[in-house]
Design a protein around this ligand. Sequence first.
Ligand code: ZN
Length: 473
Amino acid sequence: MQIFEKSIHFANGAKVFMAEENGVTFLYAEGDFGFAGEKTEVEGKAVVKAPLTHENACVLRKVFPFTAPIRVLGKERSFGVGDRLGIATPGHIEVFAGYDAYPVLAQQSMRELTLTNRTYEDVLDCVTFATFRDNFTKGFGADGDHLKKAEDVRYALELGYTMITLDCSDHIRNDVAEMDDAAVAAAYTKNAAIEERYIGKSFDVGEGITVSFDEAALRRIVLVYGKAIAFATSIYETFFKDGKYNADFEISIDETLTPTTPLEHFFVANELTIAGVHFETMAPRFCGEFQKGIDYIGDLKQFTEEMTVHSQIARHFGYKLSIHSGSDKFSTFPIIGEKTRGIFHVKTAGTNWLEAMRVVAMVDPKLYREIHAYALEAFDEATKYYHVTTDLSKIPALDTVSDADLPKYFDQNDARQLIHITYGLILSRKNVDGSFTFRDKLYTLWKENEKTYTEALLRHIGKHLDLLGVQHA
Ligand code: ZN
């Protein structure tokens, strides 16, 4: 039996700790805290040996509140690092112990839950056990990410998630961009109160920045965002207004076909504020492309100009900007850090998967080659879920790359995207006998190479934080 040194904690004078036995981790409690498990003895003392179940995670969160999520969006710097695999949290903990930023360690969308075959219970419990094992007491958030339905919001909040990212995209009209002014006028229902509020008006948001609306622009914006604002308002009133749940509210309008203009951003924020909706963060869609797992594609000058205005609008209303698909957008980070004055939420999701696969390429070339070959086959299927501009012909063929050079695939954008977007298919692929083709082998490999993976995350997530201007703690 191997005790995890940092996991030794005391409550009411009784010891609780974690240890591994034959490759399986258990909780051991000397006192009676309500953990479900078997009674046994360790070093002559009676203990309960409790498996890492959801029930025991719930007890652990009560006895040691640092293992339960807190609200982090109110902190100056927060950073989302979903742990899709349930193995990245020890690495994430090491990263954030060293930086002046609060992590959202549990963060998944419904799509990610489906693709990884997990539940919100499991996602949060993994983080709870990891923070206990490694004694991470600083605090972390739990994000029900990109939720679109009231029942999903309720599911995450009931489990104690401390943040909901409401995805309003189903209520945003993408077709309006293709309509001319006459078609917009025909589709628009007159709203006297809104017209009175905006037409011909200018709004000073500070720092010499004003936004102003004419009739045509206003009609267009109402048509695109009207239903999304009503949806966000109803979710707020159902779940947040009475303060029953201790959770932050993020409004996401980023999953649209066109970027959010500063004028649109102002309108949405202003209307939500007038409706009495309180939210901690908003995620507009920024100009240029934020594709998965690679750097920003677009005009950095335009990005800088628009980020200046978006940041000022957020400051004016008193919330933080949230930057989604933030992984690997290295060229934008210094701009984001500067324009938001170091007050932001940035979300990354899949980049820790890529680092996990880099470890596979480093330590098991044979397995990596099998997965890479499968990813090439599965690529077309995966593009149904993601917008990417991957050029498979630019990826060096497997038989031209030596084992030692396999990790270099993760320095090449097209290869990164190939592995990035096929993650769900790779993890869920099954053999004819029903067993997983890769999943179990991968988890075994990652468990055996936890230190290598932690080092990879320290380097990679650390680079994100350094470029954003986050100070070392
Ligand atoms: Zn998003």
